[in-house]
Design a protein around this ligand. Structure first.
Ligand code: B12
Length: 263
């Protein structure tokens, strides 16, 4: 029986429908021995897994142990209460994207991209920007009406702001892959604050952050216009850019102006 036939309440599936089986992995800061295995099962029980089976335990150095536990949970998933954030812009073809930019801006759309902070994971931003692209799609460099300036890895925020001003960027795309100690949140928040400080109100370029572990719907908290997560393809980003630029052009007919130009 499928979940649709069952109605809006489901349980995890392991060996049989509705058995509630799940698998979790975690590390405890203790050496691997019998007590450590007991500690892992205690944690599983406290998480509501009953019965729970320790399927894997491996020492991670002298002082830590990694575990995989498989067991049943009694919790129900209520599909009616699941909130889904739908894409609120249409996906366009490369031709439609170039035509819309020409019509809206009458000049190429300028995009400045970088991995900021100490992050050296450039594969994600390159997948979006470089002509070779990602998942069978060409990157933004492929679009004749998009000018891409890819600054690469470990770019400092002041450097990014400066270059965005020099290039008169319409959009700034930053990548954050490392999330240790919430580095992605701190770096993105610092980046958006720096742009708001450097540009007069209403002239800040579109600020876009991407990476596999950003929380959907967190753009407002981070001070950016849009977050893109795991599996993003270049055409989604290009479609968003023309949508957002057209929206802005509707609000004000001039392009964002760098602060030094206004004096
Ligand atoms: C390749 C890799 C590296 C390479 C990076 C090479 C390079 N030039 O990028 C090297 C070896 C240098 C490296 C180093 C490190 N790495 Co590393 N690395 C990876 C690995 C295996 C793959 C990442 C990747 O390329 N994914 C493929 C791309 C296409 O996916 P993506 O980044 O998610 O990008 C997509 C979307 O997220 C989105 N996107 C991403 N950015 C942006 C930006 C914008 C604007 C938009 C619109 C979209 C977007 O679009 C992309 C396409 O869909 C991951 C593990 C994994 N399997 O993910 C670990 C991983 C990211 N690394 C990790 C770590 C810890 C490190 C090191 C700290 C290790 C160490 N102790 O030295 C260093 C840090 C170096 C540094 N200063 O940043 C951890 C991060 C853990 C965490 N939670 O923070 C991971 C998850 C591995 C792990 N499980 O521990 N790493």
């Amino acid at each position: 029986m499928s979940s649709t036939e069952q109605g809006s309440v489901i349980r995890p599936y392991g060996d049989m429908t509705g058995d509630g089986m799940i698998q979790v992995s975690f590390t405890l800061p203790i050496p691997h021995d019998k007590r450590a295995e007991g500690a892992a099962l205690q944690l599983a029980a406290k998480m509501g897994m009953s019965p729970a089976l320790l399927v894997h335990a491996k020492a991670m150095g002298d002082s830590h142990t990694f575990f995989v536990v498989y067991g049943s949970v009694s919790h129900l998933v209520e599909l009616d209460k699941v909130e889904v954030i739908e894409r609120d812009f249409p996906l366009l073809s490369a031709k439609e994207i170039n035509t819309t930019i020409k019509k809206t801006l009458r000049r190429p759309l300028v995009v400045v991209g970088a991995c900021i902070g100490t992050d050296a994971h450039t594969v994600g931003i390159d997948a979006i920007l470089n002509i070779k692209g990602f998942a069978g799609e060409k990157g933004l460099e492929y679009y004749s009406e998009v000018k891409v300036v890819n600054l690469g890895a470990q770019v400092l925020v002041p450097e990014l702001v400066e270059r965005a001003r020099e290039e008169q960027a319409d959009a700034v795309l930053v990548s954050q892959v490392v999330t240790q100690r919430d580095a992605h949140i701190h770096n993105t928040t610092a980046m958006s604050a720096a742009f708001r400080e450097a540009y007069p109100a209403g002239t800040v370029p579109l600020l876009i952050a991407g990476g596999p572990r950003f929380e959907e719907g967190s753009s407002a908290v981070l001070g950016v216009d849009r977050i893109f997560g795991k599996g993003t393809t270049p055409s989604e980003v290009a479609s968003y850019l023309v949508h957002a630029v057209a929206q802005r052009a509707g609000d004000a007919t001039t392009r964002p102006t760098a602060p030094q130009e206004q004096q």
